[in-house]
Design a protein around this ligand. Structure first.
Ligand code: ADP
Length: 725
């Protein structure tokens, strides 16, 4: 008799590794099978990580049997490998990463069924006016009882009675319907010669049928989306089971792109992001697993969907810093997408008008194919960017718009064209100060300033979401009406613009003014249709959108991102401002962008105005190289937090005392970060810098396993941090 088969099962909970179980003869279990197995007193759902024959040593263990297997296809091996990789690279527990794959518990149950009704060939003996109404609306197709009752304006009882009397036939089917398949044979726009070359370069990469990364580097509005559509069409056409994942950084962008997919492929893609309901997630998850969802457009978490046959990943706006997940498992979706493509042996296209230095270096060194689009198609041209020196053209006291920008807005409105004023600050004012005693309004449990939001009369912490009504008197000195807003947010700018341009229609585009995808869609539509004269936008308005009537982009504070000691400050400012400027002149009318700045000589600002991106990138890269920073070296931040400051300091110091000696790794700190307190917990930070060839994650994993952290200490490991707060 051969030794029994055993399975290692990983549970989607904070466990570091899988547990072993026996596989009963009655069950068919494979690697990747989703199973229920006893864990303590409970039956818990997990994933079979490995199936193996019991060895002699295993015979001594009494293992519990797996209870049953969930009726879904096993997770593909490439998906399991990806979980292992993310856990190891991001220094997180395997089970927590698996939880991101099984993020839709509903999905493990089959879709509920529903009854649908259609007219029968015979009429019931007894007819009533209500029954007649039902039979009138049910003429074409099958309807659910709720839909039919709504359309015929009758009670559901009328429908069940009519069916019983033989006037309707009923059928049952799962609530979740398969997605309409995209049609890759539909033709897209007539591509320009350079777009055609770019598309065929991408297509030849995807045809390698192995890991093949490309940077699609094209100026704003050059048709990158149209070009990667061609690559997607080719992938779908060649392999009838191929699946494609398109990642987008902002759900605001998703709306426009979804509509474009539908126009191009004749069917909307499957959509995956945090705003989807549990039912929608179940449908997407199951259709992805069984291979029928062929195009998925989603946010970073879509990387963890268990694709049956993932052949191509597109990461649009690959430079976008919101790809970095800053909660839970801290990962960068662009970097993890590259790993995902590797495990799936798939192609990956990173698209951007302002590629990250990381991707630029990979393209320059030949690790990624570099596919370029240098111009906009047809009559559209890139907008010239120029500065307004705020030292020479200061705004009137208490205002934020300089005279040259006001003049440009006037001209634009006279031409019946649209303006976008970019200010990446939500709310009314970023700081509230007591005019009497100088008190600055801070969050009670975090070291952050509260931001006034006038539309709801509250002071809000943008880090934690804490908010309070704006007090009538200063809480420190008690002086009534002394709290004074300092600096502009979009709401305050709107006040100024409305006073200056009373006849213009003005709207704000920020996460506060648009509460959900529906409102975002409506606002984008109003802007596209020219119903808005001046749009005041935060970063939500900055990227991706095509507003044909928009010809003036005014950046209210171009210097905002340049403050602080963040190594990416220059790069990020360049990217954001280039993207926002790129909203202008996307159709036949030429556009322009004006940057209000106090530092017109800053390298990032100079590069924006001269259009000399390559020199700027080379300078930034050599700076990083000198410092040994990414992409030349590696960085990791270790953030300790504790209920009190001394506990946090002690934990960080004790941790450093246990540091392994590794050549080529610098340990900086511990220090108190700018955000020294968040949600009542005190923080301390260590920064590690390592040479590129060092496996920093492995070193941190080994280091951590040597140290027993006290129970009240939390340690967050951030590999390649983007936030230094
Ligand atoms: P990007 O992704 O590079 O910003 P898009 O693909 O969004 O560029 O294209 C910008 C605009 O130009 C879109 O409205 C798109 O439909 C249009 N466009 C792109 N290529 C062509 C083309 N060959 N012919 C006509 N319109 C085009």
């Amino acid at each position: 008799m051969s030794a029994p088969l055993l399975a290692s099962v990983l549970f989607p909970m904070p466990v570091p590794e899988p547990f072993d179980y026996e596989i009963p003869d009655t069950l068919s279990v494979d690697q990747g099978s989703i199973v229920y197995a006893p864990l303590g007193a409970r039956m818990v759902c997990g994933v079979v990580w490995k199936v193996f024959r019991a060895q002699e040593k295993d015979q001594e263990r009494t293992l519990k049997p797996i209870a049953n297997v969930v009726d879904t296809p096993p997770l593909p091996v490439s998906c399991l490998e990806f979980v292992d990789f993310v856990a190891r690279y991001c220094c997180h527990r395997q089970g927590v990463v698996l939880r991101m794959v099984l993020s839709s518990p509903e999905a493990l149950k089959p879709s509920p069924v529903q009854t649908l009704y259609a007219p029968a060939t015979t009429l019931p003996e007894k007819m009533t006016p209500a029954r007649e109404k039902v039979l009138q609306v049910v003429q074409n197709g099958f309807f659910s009882i709720t839909e039919l009752a709504r359309r015929a304006q009758v009670s559901p009882g009328v429908i069940t009675a009519l069916a019983k009397a033989g006037g309707l036939i009923a059928k049952t089917q799962p609530v979740d319907r398969p997605f309409a398949p995209p049609n890759p044979e539909r033709t897209g726009l007539n591509l320009t010669a350079s777009q055609r070359t770019a598309a065929s370069d991408l297509i030849s990469l995807t045809r390698q049928d192995s890991f093949a990364p490309a940077l699609l580097d094209g100026v704003t509005g050059s048709g990158k989306t149209e070009v990667y559509f061609d690559a997607i069409a080719d992938v779908l056409l060649r392999d009838p089971s191929a699946q494609v994942l398109v990642l987008l950084p902002e759900i605001a962008l998703t709306q426009d792109v979804l509509a474009r997919f539908e126009r191009r492929f004749g069917a909307p893609p499957a959509e995956w992001h945090s705003e989807r309901t549990n039912m929608q997630r179940r449908r997407v998850w199951r259709e992805v697993t069984n291979g029928r969802a062929r195009i998925v457009v989603g946010a970073r978490s879509a990387l963890f969907l268990p694709f049956a046959n993932l052949r191509l990943i597109v990461v649009d706006e690959e430079h976008d810093s919101s790809y970095k997940q800053e909660d839970g498992v801290l990962y960068h979706a662009r970097d993890m997408a590259v790993a995902r493509a590797k495990f799936a042996e798939a192609a990956i296209i990173l698209a951007s008008a302002t590629p990250s230095l990381e991707s630029m270096l990979n393209a320059r060194s030949g690790r990624y194919a570099h596919v370029r689009l240098q111009a906009r198609p047809g009559a559209a041209v890139l907008p010239p960017i120029s500065t307004i020196d705020m030292r020479e053209h200061p705004p009137a006291t208490g205002n934020w718009l300089s005279p040259p920008l006001i003049e440009a807005i006037e001209e634009t409105l006279q031409q019946k064209e649209q303006c976008l004023l970019f200010l990446n600050r939500r709310g009314y004012a970023p700081l509230t100060i007591c005019r009497h005693c100088g008190e600055r309004m801070k969050a009670p449990d975090s070291s952050t300033y509260l931001v006034e939001h006038r539309y709801n009369g509250r002071l809000v912490c943008h880090l934690t979401g804490y908010s309070m009504p704006k007090p009538k008197a200063c809480p420190a000195c008690g002086t009534p009406d002394s709290l004074h807003p300092v600096g502009p947010g979009v709401e305050r700018l709107q006040e100024e613009v409305a006073t200056r341009f009373p006849d213009a229609s003005i709207e704000i585009f920020s996460s506060d003014s648009t509460k959900n995808a529906e409102e975002v869609r409506a606002l984008i539509a109003r802007m596209e249709q020219g119903k808005i004269d001046i749009l005041i936008g935060t970063q939500m308005a900055a990227k991706g959108h095509n507003f044909p009537g928009l010809t003036l982009v005014g950046v209210v504070d171009a210097d905002m991102g340049l403050h602080g000691a963040d190594m990416r400050a220059g790069e990020r400012t360049y990217q954001t401002l280039m993207q926002v400027a790129g909203r202008a002149g996307r159709a036949s009318r030429p556009g322009r962008a004006l940057l209000q700045t106090h530092q017109p000589d800053h390298e990032a600002i100079l590069a924006l105005c001269s259009g000399d991106r390559e020199t700027f990138i080379s300078a930034e890269l050599s700076l990083r190289e000198d410092m040994g920073f990414p992409p030349f070296g590696r960085l990791a931040a270790l953030v300790f937090s504790a209920p009190t400051e001394p506990e946090a300091q002690r934990a960080a110091r004790d941790f450093v005392a246990m540091a392994p000696l590794v050549q080529g790794v610098d340990i900086w700190g511990p220090t108190e970060p700018p955000l020294s307190r968040v949600r009542g917990r005190w923080r301390q930070r260590l920064l590690l810098r390592a040479e590129r060839q060092i496996d920093l994650s492995a070193m941190i994993n080994a280091w951590r396993s040597r140290v027993n952290l006290p129970r009240n200490i939390r340690l967050k490991v951030d590999i390649d941090p983007y936030s230094f707060l």
